[in-house]
Write a protein that binds this ligand. Structure first.
Ligand SMILES: Nc1nc(=O)n([C@H]2C[C@H](O)[C@@H](COP(=O)(O)O)O2)cc1CO
Ligand SMILES: [Zn+2]
Length: 165
């Protein structure tokens, strides 16, 4: 027998883990996931956008508009920051972070400080926003590699039906 040819690439695998993590998000508008990988291609942290530990998903707002304090923005912890904070307890120097959406300026500060050296992303749909411009400026100045991936495959389908296992 010859080996399978349609296995997923490392980039597709790690971006897939990031996207799967995003499925845990309670944000009704935008679900983002992130996955941190070390130099041996081992996953060392994952995260998704959500409220900090102990803050109720049901009591805090998920609104995008209105009085700032009644929106999600002051409270939600972004996927990238969660992946950094939730890492398995190692130094992230030289790691890569896979994220569905290009990181904002606040997460970029944490990415730089943690020693992560590459940001791999799928979408940069907020590129025109000031936070994304500031973010890129910081990451580039700090010498972090930025890589947008265009996967060969458009989706990964997972069946949880036992007959498919
Ligand atoms: N890179 C990112 N990682 C993230 O986790 N997020 C999160 C924060 C919010 O929960 C949501 C964006 O809010 P909105 O686009 O629906 O209003 O996605 C957003 C970005 C975009 O910079
Ligand atoms: Zn962010």
């Amino acid at each position: 027998m010859t080996k399978r040819a349609d296995y997923i690439s490392w980039d597709e695998y790690f971006m897939g883990v990031a996207l799967l993590s995003g499925k845990r998000s309670k944000d009704p508008s935008t679900q983002v996931g992130a996955c941190i990988v070390n130099q041996q291609n081992k996953i060392v942290g994952v995260g998704y956008n959500g409220l900090p530990i102990g803050i109720s998903d049901d009591e805090f707002p998920w609104d995008k508009e209105g009085d700032f304090l009644n929106t999600k923005y002051p409270y939600v912890c972004h996927a990238e920051l969660n992946a950094i904070l939730n890492n398995i307890g190692i130094n992230l120097e030289g790691c890569k972070i896979y994220t569905a959406l290009f990181p904002c300026n606040e997460c970029s500060k944490a990415i730089i400080q943690s020693g992560i050296k590459e940001v791999v992303y799928l979408s940069d749909k907020h590129a025109h926003k000031e936070s994304a411009i500031a973010s890129k400026k910081m990451l580039q100045t700090a010498g972090i590699a930025l890589r947008k991936i265009t996967p060969r495959i458009s989706e990964v389908v997972l069946s949880l039906d036992e007959k498919d296992v």
